[in-house]
Ligand binder design. Structure first.
Ligand code: DGL
Length: 307
């Protein structure tokens, strides 16, 4: 058996849960010869309303796990909240690990908007971070931004993924939260003074696109970060000489090049993988990635996050 080359090693990807699968989908399309190991930190989700120390502790634990157990050659933090809270520290602690993070795509949104009124939805963690404040500050002269934290929405989307057709109560929770938050942002549309571009600043929200689309109408652009991040990952791999060539992983069929791990229950990940990436259940397994002093969700006294 020949030894694995650096180029053949997998790319690590993680999110607080299934949201980052929207980024993985774009990564697979952009980088078809790569192998991926994805961690859904569903046992410790959501991140958005938990505060930076919690999110940083989880980000470090997952990064260490992906390096030690899977020998990743690069890491994509497929989570806006974790990028805002922890990417600088992860970069400092792992200076040799090529790293790509996510931020709400407000720069591309400025180029797309005609009314110059742009909506941004994301978690409270992302939208109140100093990283986002800096980004917003650099673009504020070019458009009006209506920024809306959506407490509980990522969690509701996470809960609704277990089933191909989510039970009415779960689907309607997602709908009710979308209605509530978009309703607070003002008018959407292409007329002057309306929000004509909505930035999905949380990877989970891509999976609520149908609901969001129905609420904002056809003329409004929904902008997410999957494709630009996939292109950035390609550039980084090329620059560091780590890009896999066509024959590097050719021996394994494409579904075997993806390994999906969850720190929570397996069925929701299996359902999401099947529903959104058409991947078989055999790609999915559980992983224990503890952090000292941090309890997984199912061991916490009150499981549901505050709304
Ligand atoms: N999907 C994550 C993001 O992009 C966070 C969701 C959460 O856990 O609150 O920010």
């Amino acid at each position: 058996m020949t030894a694995e080359t650096t180029q053949q090693r997998p790319i690590g990807v993680f999110d607080s849960g299934i949201g980052g699968l929207s980024v993985l989908r774009a990564l697979q399309a952009e980088l078809p010869h790569e192998r991926f190991v994805y961690v859904a930190d569903s046992g410790y989700a959501p991140y958005g309303e938990r505060g930076d120390p919690y999110v940083a502790a989880r980000s470090h634990a997952i990064t260490r796990h992906l390096q030690a157990r899977h020998g990743i050659k690069a890491l994509v933090v497929a989570c806006n909240t974790a990028t805002a809270a922890a990417i600088h520290e992860v970069r400092t602690q792992c200076p040799d690990l090529p790293l790509v993070g996510l931020e709400p795509a407000i720069k591309p949104a400025v180029a797309l908007s005609r009314t110059r009124r742009i909506g941004v939805i994301g978690t409270r963690g992302t939208l109140t971070s100093s990283k986002f404040a800096l980004l917003l500050g650099s673009l504020q002269s070019q458009a009006d931004f209506v920024v809306q934290p959506c407490d509980g929405l990522a969690y509701a989307i996470e809960q609704s993924t277990e089933h191909a057709a989510p039970p009415l109560s779960e689907a309607s929770k997602v709908r009710a939260l979308c209605e509530q938050y978009l309703g607070a942002m003002g008018a959407f549309g292409t007329a002057e003074g309306c929000i004509d571009t909505l930035v999905l600043g949380c990877t989970h929200y891509v999976f609520a696109e149908e609901v969001l689309r129905a609420l904002v109408g056809d003329g409004v652009r929904l902008v997410d970060t999957g494709e630009p991040v996939a292109r950035q990952t390609r550039r980084l791999l090329e620059a560091t000489g780590l890009l896999a060539a066509a024959d590097d992983n050719a021996a394994s069929p494409s579904h075997e090049r993806v390994q999906l791990l969850t720190t929570g229950a397996l069925p929701p990940l299996q359902a999401a993988a099947h529903r959104w990436l058409q991947l078989p259940v055999s790609c999915c397994s559980t992983a224990a990635v503890p952090t000292p002093g941090v309890l997984p969700m199912d061991q916490m006294p009150n499981r549901a996050p505050a709304q």
